[in-house]
Ligand binder design. Structure first.
Ligand code: C2E
Ligand code: MG
Ligand code: MG
Ligand code: MG
Length: 275
C-alpha cells in the first residue's frame, strides 16, 4: 500500500545520502594522506600564441591517483581540499613541482598555475611563494597564477592587495573561467591582471548562435582596450578556431590542439634530452 511504499522511498533516499556521505568521508580521509603517499602528479596543457601557433607555455593541472579510489579528478577533490584546508599543502606542492619543471623547459616558456582563493587569502602565502621561488631558482616572470573571479570576490580588498604584491614579485596574473561568475566588468579594471581566460562554456556556445559570438567578441575588445591579453579555453574544433582567429584572440588552449599530458611528452622539455 501507499504507506509502505512511501517508507521504502524514504529508506532508499536515506541510503543514497549515506552512500554519498560515506564516499565523501572516505575521499576526505584518503585526501589527507595523499601528499604523504605521493599520489599527486601534474599534467600540462600547452597554450598557443594565436598568431604564430607556437607554444608559449603550459597550464599545470593536478591529478590524483589514489590507491583506494583510483583516478580522482580535481573538480571532485579540490573543493574538499578547500573545505578541510589541505589545499594549502597541496597548492604548495603544485607550485614547487611547477617551478622545478620550469627549469627544464625552454627559457621562453611560462607555466600557468591554478591558485585557490584559500591559498591567496592565507596569511603565509606570499612568504611561501617567495621561498619556493628562491629554493627552486625560478624566475618569477615565467610564472602566471590563475585565479577565478568568484574566488576573489570572497574578499576583494584583500585579494587586490595580494595580487599587487605578487605582481611586484614579477609573477603574471590571469583571471580564470571568466564569464561564469557574477562579477561586474569593472573587476577587469580593479584588479592588476595581465591575462583573461574566457571560460570554455562560452567558446563552446559560439557555434550555436551569433549572440554568443558577440559576447566573446565584446570581451576580447574590452580586454584589449584595458591592455589585457585574452586566452580562449576549451577550443575543441576547427570551426571554433576559425571564429577565434577572426576575433584576434591572443592565445588558444584546448583539446583541438592538445589534451593535458605528461611533461616529458613535449619536445620543449629537456630533462631527458641527449646532449
Ligand atoms: P581550469 O583551471 O579552468 O582548467 C581547465 C580545465 O579544462 C581542465 O580540467 C582541462 O583539462 C579542461 N580542458 C582543457 N581543454 C579542454 C577542452 O578543449 N574541452 C574540455 N571540455 N575541457 C578542456 P581539469 O584538469 O579537470 O581541471 C578542472 C579544474 O580544477 C581547473 O579548471 C581548476 O579550477 C582546478 N584545478 C586543476 N589543477 C589545480 C591545481 O593545481 N590547483 C587548484 N587550486 N585547482 C586546480
Ligand atoms: Mg586554470
Ligand atoms: Mg579555466
Ligand atoms: Mg575551471
Amino acid at each position: 500500500n501507499a504507506k509502505t511504499s512511501g517508507r521504502n522511498r524514504v529508506q532508499l533516499y536515506n541510503q543514497s545520502i549515506n552512500q554519498y556521505n560515506y564516499r565523501q568521508v572516505h575521499l576526505e580521509n584518503q585526501l589527507n594522506k595523499a601528499l604523504e603517499k605521493k599520489e599527486f602528479y601534474l599534467l600540462f596543457q600547452p597554450i598557443y600564441n594565436a598568431n604564430t601557433m607556437k607554444i608559449i607555455g603550459f597550464e599545470a593541472l593536478i591529478r590524483w591517483k589514489s590507491e583506494e579510489l583510483g583516478e580522482v579528478m580535481p573538480n571532485d577533490f579540490i573543493p574538499v581540499a578547500e573545505e578541510n584546508g589541505t589545499i594549502i599543502a597541496i597548492g604548495e606542492w603544485v607550485l614547487r613541482e611547477a617551478c622545478y619543471f620550469l627549469k627544464d623547459l625552454d627559457p621562453s616558456m611560462k607555466i600557468f598555475v591554478n591558485i585557490s582563493s584559500k591559498q591567496l587569502n592565507h596569511m603565509l602565502f606570499l612568504e611561501k611563494v617567495e621561498q619556493i621561488l628562491n629554493e627552486s631558482n625560478c624566475v618569477a616572470d615565467r610564472l602566471c597564477f590563475e585565479l577565478t573571479e568568484t574566488a576573489m570576490l570572497e574578499d576583494l580588498e584583500h585579494s587586490k592587495k595580494a595580487l599587487y604584491k605578487l605582481n611586484k614579485l614579477g609573477i603574471h596574473l590571469s583571471l580564470d573561467d571568466f564569464g561564469t561568475g557574477y562579477s561586474s566588468l569593472s573587476i577587469l579594471n580593479d584588479l592588476p591582471i595581465q591575462i583573461l581566460k574566457i571560460d570554455k562554456s562560452f567558446i563552446q556556445q559560439m557555434e550555436s548562435g551569433q549572440k554568443n559570438k558577440a559576447i566573446v567578441e565584446a570581451i576580447v575588445q574590452l580586454s584589449h582596450k584595458l591592455s589585457i591579453e585574452v586566452v580562449a579555453e576549451g577550443v575543441e574544433n576547427k570551426k571554433q578556431l576559425d571564429i577565434l582567429l577572426d576575433m584576434k584572440l591572443d592565445y588558444l588552449q584546448g583539446y583541438y590542439f592538445k589534451k593535458p599530458s605528461l611533461i616529458n611528452t613535449f619536445s620543449v622539455y629537456k630533462r631527458n634530452a641527449f646532449k
